[in-house]
Design a protein around this ligand. Structure first.
Ligand SMILES: Cc1cc2nc3c(=O)[nH]c(=O)nc-3n(C[C@H](O)[C@H](O)[C@H](O)COP(=O)(O)O)c2cc1C
Length: 177
């Protein structure tokens, strides 16, 4: 049996999820302040778009609470997570978690640039201003100009998401081949 035969060729939602799960990503918590509340969402759709001007994007599900907040807020922050933060990534991906108090066990400080919370444990943070929102199926694509960015933990190991599980990188030469 070839590799191609091991997965269904038809583009069903389950097959699409299964195939996309083969694309390993980093993990970020995107934050914004809207009204009197601080909002957050775990995201792995974050990526860079343009160097000049510096643009990034993430995709946000239309019916999520974060969608409501970030499409009203003009500015937001991206917090890139390190390998120790899987629990936090799970928490900020939990639907129905309380809005008030959701940061109670997460050390944060407020960005003067975006007004959003930065996680103290982030490897890197980027403060962004929305420049465009594109409708794309059941998600919107939010594009933002990077206003400020900081590498907080230059030597930190990243949190990785692969096949629906959080993972850490193995040093080169230690993979199973
Ligand atoms: C690793 C991981 C990555 C995720 N990436 C995204 C994403 O890029 N966009 C998105 O809309 N939801 C993503 N989700 C799901 C959201 O985190 C989750 O639905 C959201 O936080 C629900 O809370 P809310 O409705 O209160 O906003 C991801 C979940 C996990 C576990």
């Amino acid at each position: 049996m070839t590799n191609a035969e091991q997965l269904p060729g038809e583009v069903t939602p389950d097959a699409f999820r299964e195939v996309m799960a083969r694309f390993a990503t980093g993990v970020a918590v995107i934050t914004c302040a809207e009204g009197r509340s601080d909002h957050a969402m775990t995201a792995n759709s974050f990526t860079s778009v343009s160097l000049d001007p510096p643009l990034v994007l993430f995709c946000v599900e239309n019916d999520s609470r974060f969608h409501e907040a970030v499409t009203v807020a003009d500015r937001w922050s991206v917090n890139v997570l390190d390998a120790s933060q899987a629990g936090r990534a799970r928490w900020f991906a939990t639907r129905g978690r309380p809005l008030v108090g959701q940061f109670d066990t997460t050390p944060t400080h407020r960005s003067a640039v975006s007004g959003a919370l930065h996680l103290d444990t982030a490897i890197a943070t980027l403060d962004c201003r929305t420049t465009a929102v594109h409708v794309a199926g059941d998600h919107d694509i939010v594009i933002g100009e990077v206003l400020e960015m900081v590498v907080v933990g230059p030597e930190a190991e990243p949190l990785v998401y692969y096949r629906s599980r959080f993972r850490v990188l193995a040093p080169e030469g230690e993979h199973r081949g």
